[in-house]
Design a binder for this molecule. Sequence first.
Ligand code: MEV
Length: 425
Amino acid sequence: MGSVIPGLYRKDPGARRKAVVEASGLSEDDLRALFEPALQDPVLDGMVENVIGSFHLPLGVATGFQVNGRDVLVPMVTEESSVIAAASKGAQLARLRGGFSAWSSEQIMIGQVQLTDLKDPVKAAEGVLLRKDEVLSMANAKDPLLVKAGGGARDIETRVLEHPAGTMLVVHLLVDCRDAMGANAVNTMAESIAPLLEDITGGGAVLRILSNLATGRLSGARAIFPKEEIGGEEGVSSILKAFYLAQADPYRAATHNKGIMNGIDAVVLATGNDTRAVEAGAHAYASISGHYSPLTRYSRDGNGDLAGEIELPTAVGVVGGATRVHPAARVCIKLMGVSSARELGEVLASVGLAQNLAALRALSLEGIQKGHMRLHARNLAVQAGARPDEVDVLVDAMAVDGDINASKASELLATSRSRSTIKRI
Ligand code: MEV
């Protein structure tokens, strides 16, 4: 599969679908799942409560990604214009130096059991660790399928936490979730071991739930962005200065990380995964040092090019939950050619880095509004009734005037059509 499809953005959606089928090897049936209207009621009704319909968002494809030497077409679901174009731009720049080198850690989720009203929390923690094997067997008995797939509860950790209302013990159950996101498995296990932990410690179990700060499930990526493509040495300096602000100032770091999550969330959503889980993990990880920080880091390499890297928790799966039930999510996973949660995490990290680099490049070179406004102008042209062959002319005309609004789009369309009628006569 090749991930470079020249001129994809200029095609209409039908021609784009054809080009994506040709580049990816998806079948016509697969493709239908991506654009056919609503899911059927029984599927929707099985997903959430009180279903009365479904809600559509655009699904686009980011091009140019190369992750660990493999070309990947990346499906993205987002309501925000420029996000897919920016991810593709970042991918195209990284590609010039070999694409993204990405990695994932093991797929360990943490289930937390909170124990309170303890006489001696430190002794209670020691007691839990002494009976670790018993706790793990009890947890694993709850999910034989996960154990059969090579996963399951692996270890426990204890943390004694001081609080003005009383010292607490938190037991972490470390569960290898393999290719599932694993929330249900982990929560079930945490609930199942709570009575045993109460017996061992003499305390009372309160919360029994996974942690979204998934530090046992990290992904990362690195890439080099050639200086000639990002404004030369001065461009590299500007991007570094923008990064330093994100390091120094949580007000900027929040926006910096929001841009990263523009890309990551869009892929998480396209694959039927839990965007809030990944968001919560990302922002908590950004604060893990005690100072809210950017999730990416940049430096200048020996050639003067920009070296970028990213690391964040990626609690996602490719089996189970909506990834299995939702036909479009299944096809999106197939489109990327990922067959494991690790690989999906690697693509997510690469997308986050591409997205961030593209935003920093645009912000430090020309400001973000120029690109945004061109896309906005495209939307206005389409809304004014422009045909695909008329859209670019209108966008160019609006860009020249710097007058980008709905009435200008209608006015320019009418003028351009009357001119071409005159020519035809
Ligand atoms: C907009 O959705 C995202 C940006 O604000 C990110 C950033 O400032 O780095 C452009």
